[in-house]
Write a protein that binds this ligand. Structure first.
Ligand SMILES: [Zn+2]
Ligand SMILES: [Zn+2]
Length: 363
């Protein structure tokens, strides 16, 4: 993925509200939509960027990570998964032209697969876990054979299920509002399913979540989706959403943690205790350590669910200065400062030297 700023591509500033982001996305998506810019690779590239930016900025978690760590902070899936790209666009256009929410419902009906979102805590994702997932699937109503009752052809769409609208350059197909895309309307509804044609079944899935999964990844439970008219079942996809941790931040298989280090220790050097995923560890702070220094603990990160090496723990030093001092502490510090003599006024020596050199120019 090439480098571009998500805020810049949507032409908004960093403090934009969710509503402003959405509005900017709609505006940009319409302007650069491929239907409106045929054979224009630049517009197409821009359209992809707009989508990528929106996928991140419209997700509070992803936006927070992006704001803090930039694009590097987002794992590969978070940043560049275009799987939902046209889904998003379709939803936007649906809401523009009054199509409503029926469309995504209909699309789900076409396939027997189901997608269910599941939240995991940070640690559950890192170490894997067992989960009990309650979900629903539907199977055709036995009483009416899935028809929902007695049907006749829809007169509004002439049985096509879709109606077509032209808006300038673009033609939109829209699900028929009268029959909901079925092409037929009910004359009399089945008593068993009240005309739905399907019956909802509550089910429970015992799920083993492997170690190292991340947001956006999907787990597939084969044969646990909806049941078709021939009795076969689709798959159930569990889409994972991992919550942020207050202490640890994750980038792929690496984990970041901030370690407060008192200023005297950064001068003297010494050992501090830091929190890692697998408990407290001692690490060495070298003399003269600067703020934001990163210390890598190899192999203390996350074991990726998709394979590859185990990541690292990155400890980032945050130098802490005293908020207030007692008179005694201040006296000690002054004494310490003076005890360094000339070295403690290093900048003075530097300016004296420059003054000497400047004098030299005029001689
Ligand atoms: Zn029925
Ligand atoms: Zn119709």
């Amino acid at each position: 993925m090439d480098d571009f700023d998500y805020y810049a591509v949507l032409e908004i500033d960093k403090n934009a509200t969710a509503e402003e982001i959405k509005r900017a996305f709609r505006k940009a998506a319409i302007k650069y939509h491929p239907d409106k810019n045929r054979n224009n690779p630049e517009a197409e590239a821009r359209f992809k960027q707009i989508n990528e930016a929106y996928q991140v900025l419209s997700d509070e978690n992803k936006r927070a990570i992006y704001d803090r760590y930039g694009k590097d902070g987002l794992n590969a899936r978070g940043g560049a998964d275009f799987g939902d790209m046209f889904g998003d666009i379709a939803d936007v256009f649906d809401s523009f032209f009054g199509g409503g929410r029926k469309r995504s419902g209909d699309r789900r009906k076409e396939t027997l697969d189901i997608a269910v979102e599941m939240e995991l805590s940070f640690m559950e994702a890192v170490f894997g876990c067992k989960k009990t997932l309650k979900y629903r699937y539907h199977k055709p109503c036995a009483a009416c054979g899935g028809a929902g009752g007695k049907r006749k052809t829809c007169d509004y769409c002439k049985g096509r299920g879709q109606i077509y609208q032209r808006q300038g350059f673009m033609t939109f197909s829209q699900t028929c509002p009268k029959c909901g895309g079925a092409g037929g309307v009910l004359e009399s509804a089945c008593n068993e399913c009240k005309g739905a044609g399907a019956i909802q079944i509550d089910d429970v899935l015992e799920l083993v979540v492997p170690e190292g999964v991340d947001s956006g990844q999907r787990l597939r439970a084969g044969g646990r989706g909806n049941m078709g008219k021939n009795g076969s079942r689709g798959d159930l996809y569990v889409v994972l959403s991992v919550l942020e941790d207050p202490v640890f931040a994750r980038r792929d298989s690496n984990v970041y943690v901030e370690a407060p280090v008192f200023f005297t220790l950064t001068v003297l050097g010494g050992t501090i205790e830091v929190a890692t995923l697998r408990g407290a560890k001692n690490i060495e702070i070298e003399r003269g350590t600067r703020d934001k220094t990163q210390i890598a603990l190899r192999g203390e990160g996350i074991k990726s669910a998709t394979g590859g090496r185990i990541g690292d723990m990155i400890v980032q030093v945050k130098i802490v200065y005293p908020k207030k001092m007692t008179l005694e502490q201040e006296t000690l510090l002054r004494k310490l400062h003076e005890s360094f003599g000339q070295e403690s006024v290093a900048h003075k020596g530097f300016f004296d030297e420059i003054a000497e050199r400047v004098k030299g120019w005029f001689n």
